[in-house]
Design a protein. Structure first.
Length: 356
């Protein structure tokens, strides 16, 4: 199902504007202008998000997708049925589908579309700001689920920076180097998480990974090493307990000073697949010729922030294959983009059924 030419132009135009996390300003301003042209009441909020409203009525639906991307320039082009480019899948495709679907107002339904900033950063600044606003009746998070699938659960996340420092030593001096000390500390962290990693399904397991390391850096007086450790946390594991265990690594280990800093923290989240919103998606997907699948993901999204704050029916949805996220071959099926717009229109039309 091919989208209209204006909707495809919206998608391509958005993907063509670089918007690496924390440098989204140009894309935000461009999207605000395009939404105003479509009849939205669009502006930039205090967090830097692109925010637009359309329609009036007692039912309020928020469609929030992130406008930022990870680094990596990919020449934007169309190859057959696919649009290739950074952010096409994660997550400008879902965001563009939100705008396209909401362009035609539904009687009795007020829709807010948000192009959120900094989702790809530990700060999640855009979603955290929107979480301070009044909760809507329904919330859809823009993430690639596939046009005929809905995501209802995400693991949580804990990201730690561990800094090691000590007085500089001569290279041949006995004992481990600062790099070896850092790796030894990482091994202890990984071993401590092993008892929690059992589980038949990937979603139920605790993942602990070394996401980055820099070692052997010094100024001639002090030598340093830095680790970034990331946990992906399933429901049932207390993030606070993990954080406290990590903090216990801080202090002095012989001559080495260790400082542990939390850079990002989101609880795992699960929403009901029987909620009115999830049922609306199931019906809309069936009407478009699909059979709905419900997904649980090991990553995180802005749903980890907004659902605990708002507690309204919430799912994540959008066109695209998440296996292409963050890869150098990121690409989105144009026909699936068109199908997702049809599904979203069906969901918004069913939102009007909530009017009493």
């Amino acid at each position: 199902m091919r989208p209209s030419d204006p909707d495809l132009a919206l998608l391509r135009g958005l993907v063509e504007i670089p918007s690496v996390s924390r440098r989204e300003g140009d894309a935000v301003e461009w999207l605000v202008a395009r939404m105003n042209e479509r009849g939205f009441r669009a502006t930039v909020d205090d967090a830097g998000n692109a925010v637009a409203e359309i329609g009036e009525g007692p039912v309020h639906v928020v469609l929030l997708g992130h406008i930022d991307t990870v680094p990596g320039e990919i020449p934007v082009r169309i190859e057959g049925d696919e649009l290739v480019g950074r952010g096409a899948v994660d997550a400008k495709g879902p965001l563009a589908a939100f705008v396209a679907a909401a362009t035609e107002p539904v009687a009795g339904v007020r829709v807010t579309v948000v192009g959120a900033v900094e989702e790809e950063s530990p700060t999640s600044k855009g979603a955290r700001y929107r979480a301070t606003q009044t909760a809507p009746d329904w919330c859809v998070i823009g993430e690639p689920s596939g046009w005929d699938a809905v995501t209802v659960a995400y693991k949580g996340r804990l990201t730690l920076d561990v800094a090691l420092s000590r007085e500089a030593r001569h290279g041949p001096a006995p004992g481990p180097t600062i790099a070896e000390e850092a790796l030894g500390l990482w091994e202890r962290v990984r071993e401590s998480s092993t008892p929690r990693t059992s589980g038949a399904r990937s979603f139920d397991r605790l993942d602990c990974r070394l996401e980055g390391i820099e070692a052997g850096v010094g100024d001639g007086l002090v030598e340093r090493a830095q680790l970034r450790i990331g946990y992906r946390v399933p429901p049932g594991i207390d993030l606070g307990e993990l954080e406290r265990a990590a903090a216990s690594l801080g202090g002095r280990d012989g001559d080495t000073r260790v400082v542990v800093t939390t850079q990002g923290k989101e609880d795992p989240v699960r929403t009901a697949r029987t909620s009115p919103l999830a049922r609306a998606f199931a019906r809309a997907i069936a009407a478009a010729g699909g059979q709905t699948a419900f997904k649980e993901k090991s990553g995180t999204s802005d749903m980890n922030i907004l659902f605990p704050a708002w507690r309204c029916p919430t799912v994540a949805y959008g066109p695209g294959d998440s296996r292409y996220d963050h890869t150098p071959i990121e690409r989105l099926s144009i026909s699936d983009f068109g199908r997702s717009i049809t599904v979203l229109k069906g969901v918004l039309s069913r939102a009007s059924d909530r009017i009493i």
